[in-house]
Design a protein around this ligand. Structure first.
Ligand code: ADP
Ligand code: TYD
Length: 212
């Protein structure tokens, strides 16, 4: 795979339980072995705004959906720019950043309640600061994801319901179509064994690293 080149920013997207964290861990391991300097991260963050968001998602703090959408955009700006581990600086240093969710999550989840263009607009600054070199969408049937979550969790966030997951998946596709001229997106069939998916994802990442 060769040595380190310019920094890259690769985002993993998908509905809840689609296998994003599993695939990020596998890609990270593989890329580190190949000699890349990799930083893996996620949204919502574990910073102050991200912590507030998680309380809201659990339903503990009743909140208007516009407020939640705005907080996600603010959490993202902090994720990009904060002094200790802002990912803009990390990419500029030449590292490879893998991120579990970014602004397409906002477009897909919040457009259930708010006009998608409003959500895109509220993330314009984030897009200007750092646009992903590639967004990898792991596409898994909502009923499969729902079952995986049910098998693994004792409590559920507000979006972890079957009808919501179906809507969110549709919204992802609407967002990909809307932004097809500005964003690099690949859709991976996630209804397959973990290793098969990992191999496919590895090929896509290699294309970015080799600037294909
Ligand atoms: P996400 O980060 O998208 O929420 P996870 O990586 O946590 O998803 O995966 C959710 C659950 O599904 C976990 O229990 C994980 O082990 C399992 N899982 C992940 N990928 C697959 C796959 N390709 N096939 C079957 N189960 C999977
Ligand atoms: P996450 O912890 O990544 O959940 P999972 O591991 O199950 O995929 O994200 C928590 C929830 O936050 C998830 O339901 C998606 C939602 N979300 C938004 O609504 N907007 C956003 O901008 C982001 C990044 C996440």
């Amino acid at each position: 795979m060769g040595g380190q080149k310019a920094g890259k920013f690769i985002v993993f997207e998908g509905i809840d339980g689609s296998g994003k964290s599993t695939q990020i861990q596998m890609a990270q391991k593989h890329l580190v072995q190949a000699g890349y300097d990799v930083y893996a991260t996620f949204e919502p963050t574990d910073g102050p705004v991200g912590r507030l968001i998680r309380q809201m998602l659990s339903g503990k703090v009743p909140t208007d959906q516009r407020t939640i959408a705005s907080l996600f955009a603010a959490d993202r700006t902090d994720h990009l720019m904060n002094e200790t581990c802002g990912i803009k600086k990390i990419v500029d240093q030449g590292k490879l950043v893998l991120c579990d969710r970014y602004y397409f999550s906002s477009y897909a989840y919040h457009s259930q309640y708010i006009d998608m263009d409003w959500v895109i607009h509220s993330n314009a600054l984030n897009a200007q600061i750092l646009r992903p070199d590639l967004t990898i969408f792991i596409d898994v049937d909502p009923d499969v994801c729902f079952q995986r979550i049910k098998d693994n969790r004792s409590s559920f966030d507000m979006y972890e319901k079957m009808d919501v997951m179906k809507k969110v998946r549709d919204n992802y596709f609407k967002a990909f179509d809307k932004l097809k001229d500005t964003e690099q997106v690949v859709i991976i069939n996630g209804n397959r064994p973990v290793q098969e998916l990992a191999d496919d994802i590895s090929d896509k990442i290699n294309n970015v690293l080799e600037n294909k």
